[in-house]
Ligand binder design. Structure first.
Ligand SMILES: *Cc1c(COP(=O)(O)O)cnc(C)c1O
Length: 416
């Protein structure tokens, strides 16, 4: 292979040999991709998607046919009552925030049953002081940690038997933690338990990075509402920004009123010409998620061969598109991340440095040479500069670009 990334023969041989080992897993990923593609196509057909849906609104954004069609498409893919898919959501974190503020009232309790939620929610909940947090409105928060990478069913039962809880938040993907991501099987079990104790508790799922990895989504196994980002899986690398909230109709109405304003809710929200990109993004999403999964599997296999601890292992079931590599070495984390940046299409000349980021505690190193700023369905790699120096790698719009990124990153850790 001719390349100007200066990858050695040894690295190419290592990665190509690993690729052979991964082929049976790739076949399963392709089968999953086909299933999800059928799901997408069915929902396009059911909602009679046509060229008029590419039109745009400006100003208030009344009567946006494309926006309504997109929300119906998402609703059908997720097999739920309703969905809100908006470019007015800045990102997944914003949609999670809107959802929490929409569902909770003063004196209500929010319970997290998988330990501390995603870092950007610290100030939203009030775990870190912020004058606009949920806590500042008198909303209480409690958390129950996971036990051996599963829900602590006893503690949850005990807490719910003695306390009134309004919303339970479950984050499937691991975020910047060392735990495993949570499978739908575990989710289904815990939701059954929760509903048996109190059927009125709202189960809210942070579904970031998990869409189209399995054949089902949380809303089809009992979750009341779920949230995800369009610069991750479902945007297919094409949606320029935005997020979705999907689930029960009454809850979606509350979220719409919080995102815009009570009285106007979902009726407003100009799409400014992005309807086609959102539709094309969801159309591409099954294949893009498959490319990301293959890249993750190959990465795990290669780094396992090199003696690093990885999570998940290359043969393990995948819950999301994130691959952790536990480097236990600050320099290797930095060099690997630099390799990913070096093989990016955009900003490949940039030498990434650890730096402070709004919403995060530790310095973060981040490779994201992406078409869309911060898009992590595109090949990207990031991690906080703290023990045990874990790289969280995800994405790739195509498998070949993912493989080239991996080759470059591996070359760098072998030489530095
Ligand atoms: C990425 C992520 C978020 C936040 O989404 P953004 O679009 O980056 O704001 C929230 N939760 C989890 C688990 C995530 O992985």
């Amino acid at each position: 292979m001719e390349n100007n990334l200066q990858i050695s023969k040894e690295t190419i041989t290592l990665v190509t040999n690993c690729e052979q080992e991964c082929l049976p897993i790739f076949q399963k990923i392709d089968a999953q991709c086909e299933q999800n593609s059928i799901k997408v196509l069915n929902s396009f057909h059911k909602n009679r998607i046509n060229e008029s849906h590419f039109s745009q609104t400006t100003g208030y954004g009344y009567n946006d046919l494309g926006r309504e069609a997109i929300e119906n498409v998402f609703k059908d893919i997720f097999q739920c009552e309703d969905a809100l898919v908006r470019n007015q959501f800045i990102s997944g974190s914003h949609a999670l925030t809107v959802c929490l503020f929409a569902l909770l009232r003063p004196n209500d309790t929010l319970l997290s049953i998988c330990g501390k939620p995603y870092d950007t929610l610290d100030e939203v909940i009030g775990l870190k002081e912020n004058a606009s947090s949920l806590q500042s409105y008198g909303i209480k928060y409690h958390q129950i940690d996971l036990l051996n990478n599963d829900f602590d069913y006893d503690k949850i039962t005990d807490y719910l038997s003695h306390n009134k809880v309004k919303v339970i938040e479950i984050q499937r993907s691991k975020g910047y933690s060392t735990r495993k991501s949570l499978s739908l099987k575990k989710l289904e079990k815990v939701i059954k338990l929760i509903k048996k104790i109190d059927k009125d508790i709202i189960v809210m799922v942070d579904n970031c990075y998990c869409e189209f990895v399995s054949s089902q989504e949380p809303t089809s196994i009992g979750a009341d509402i779920m949230v995800g980002s369009l610069i991750k899986n479902l945007g297919g690398g094409i949606a320029p920004n935005g997020a979705y909230i999907a689930g029960r109709h009454d809850l979606i109405e509350l979220c719409a009123a919080r995102l815009t304003l009570p009285g106007e809710g979902r009726e407003v929200g100009p799409t400014l010409g992005i309807n086609k990109q959102i539709l094309q993004g969801i159309y591409m999403a099954p294949s893009v998620v498959a490319a990301a999964l293959k890249t993750a599997v190959l990465t795990a296999c290669v780094l396992e061969k090199l003696g690093y601890e990885v999570e998940p292992k290359y043969t393990e079931e995948r819950i999301d598109i994130v691959q952790s590599i536990i480097f236990k070495d600050e320099n290797k984390l930095i060099e690997f991340t630099r390799g990913i940046q070096q093989a990016s299409a955009i900003d490949s000349q940039a030498i990434v440095e650890p730096s402070a980021m709004p919403g995060y505690d530790d310095k973060i190193i981040m490779a994201s040479g992406s078409f869309i700023q911060g898009s992590s369905i595109e090949l990207s790699c990031d991690g906080p500069l703290r023990e045990p120096f874990i790289a969280y790698m995800q994405g790739s719009l195509t498998y070949p670009y993912g493989k080239i990124g991996l080759l470059t990153a591996v070359e760098r850790i072998l030489n530095n």
